[in-house]
Design a protein. Structure first.
Length: 98
């Protein structure tokens, strides 16, 4: 299902911003972090937009650890990036977290 995406990621190495819906009751969505990583690429790492006062338009947001809980229904806004771009992604946002 994601073969075309995987080839693009391997070739172009883009940074990806996405909103992930987690719902244990649905089979159509990712059921674990391993499922998500295998669909994207293990050469990528993840940061999560932290909630509370985020302003994505002006850069007033924080990127924190990518803690994903697949046991309850919710949504997370994430940034997946090639591991070789760690320093650049860590500097994203006015108050980006390391």
């Amino acid at each position: 299902m994601f073969e075309g995406l995987r080839r693009t990621l391997e070739r172009s190495r883009p940074v990806i911003a996405l909103e992930l819906t987690i719902d244990p009751a649905l089979d159509e969505v990712f059921g674990s972090e391993a499922d998500l990583v295998s669909a994207l690429s293990d050469a990528y790492a993840c940061r999560a937009f932290e909630s509370g006062g985020a302003d994505l338009w002006t850069g007033g947001y924080r990127l924190g650890p990518c803690r994903l809980d697949f046991t309850r229904k919710h949504q997370r806004s994430l940034v997946w990036y090639p591991r070789e771009r760690e320093a650049r992604v860590s500097g994203m946002g006015a108050v980006a977290a390391r």
